[in-house]
Design a protein around this ligand. Structure first.
Ligand SMILES: Nc1ncnc2c1ncn2[C@@H]1O[C@H](COP(=O)(O)OP(=O)(O)OP(=O)(O)O)[C@@H](O)[C@H]1O
Ligand SMILES: Cc1ncsc1CCO
Length: 258
């Protein structure tokens, strides 16, 4: 983990254009603000290009997407590609329905994501690997490293596969992250907020793999720190305290200082 990278992000407070789902909008905006970014949630097609052009990164999350919202995602993603700013795709619930499969296919035909982040079930689908899912959740087991490598190679992107162990790959190098807490799986949108923080870390302009590894490791450590707080009794008390902890110094979250 590169603490300097997080400090750089916090200094820059990158503006991240979110086209995300309605379940997690508020949690994501507050989580990114706390971490050290500047969120804007905007999904109108008429402003998508302009908004992406003024931003430092774009997050495309299809969690509650409807047909009419697809063009805005494509336009924002294309504008980001043209400007050379990071685009993160979170293909929430892909493989659950043919509609979601088609949405992701259309986005990936026109937009080149810097990273594709999702759970194993979502990323397995993108490379034709069978995997058990339940709605937006992944419940299968298998070779997550293979999924990450294949997604990275097929889409020429950074693959970030989340779960108990996260796996990050650029197609050549594949690394694991074991920080995190099972509590995150009980908080809806924990993966979605990670996508936002990942986009902000990519906006640091450091190496993509280092940015991804830093975002994922810090996020997991923040969850471990939060879950150990005496006032945290379950996912309801975890969520607001987690948002607090996302703003803490890396050294504190790592347990280097008290
Ligand atoms: N059992 C677990 N132990 C440790 N960390 C976990 C566990 N399950 C998930 N996480 C962490 O939770 C975060 C979200 O991962 P998850 O795979 O649950 O995302 P997701 O399914 O996309 O979530 P959502 O759809 O609710 O946004 C990641 O940082 C991951 O490391
Ligand atoms: C629960 C849920 N349904 C659609 S998006 C979402 C948030 C977690 O992905």
């Amino acid at each position: 983990m590169n603490a300097m990278l997080i400090n750089e992000v916090r200094k820059k407070r990158p503006l991240i254009h979110h086209l995300t789902n309605q379940v997690v909008m508020n949690f994501t905006a507050n989580g990114l603000l706390s971490f050290g970014g500047t969120p804007i949630m905007a999904k109108e097609e008429k402003e998508a290009t302009e908004m992406a052009r003024m931003s430092d990164g774009v997050l495309l999350n299809i969690g509650t997407i409807i047909e009419q919202e697809i063009p805005a995602m494509i336009q924002a993603g294309k504008a980001a590609n043209q400007k050379g700013i990071p685009v993160v795709l979170d293909p929430v619930g892909v493989s659950a329905t043919s509609f979601r499969n088609e949405v992701v296919r259309r986005i990936l035909t026109e937009v080149k994501p810097t990273a594709i982040k999702g759970n194993a079930g979502e990323l397995a689908h993108l490379v034709g690997i069978a995997w058990e899912i339940k709605g937006v959740d992944s419940i299968g087991r298998g070779n997550v490293g293979e999924i990450a490598r294949k997604v990275a190679n097929r889409y020429q992107t950074i693959a970030v596969v989340t779960g108990e162990v996260d796996v990050i790959s650029d197609g050549e190098i594949t690394i694991e992250n074991k920080t995190g807490s099972a509590m995150l799986a009980n908080v809806t949108g924990a993966g979605c907020l990670l996508g936002s923080i990942l986009t902000a870390c990519f906006a640091s302009n450091d190496s993509l793999m280092e940015s991804a590894q830093t975002a994922v490791e810090f996020y997991g450590l923040a969850a471990e720190y939060t879950v150990a707080l005496p006032e945290v009794k379950g996912s309801g008390t975890f969520s607001p305290r987690f948002i607090d902890v996302l703003s803490y110094d890396v050294a504190i979250v790592k347990g280097d200082h008290q």
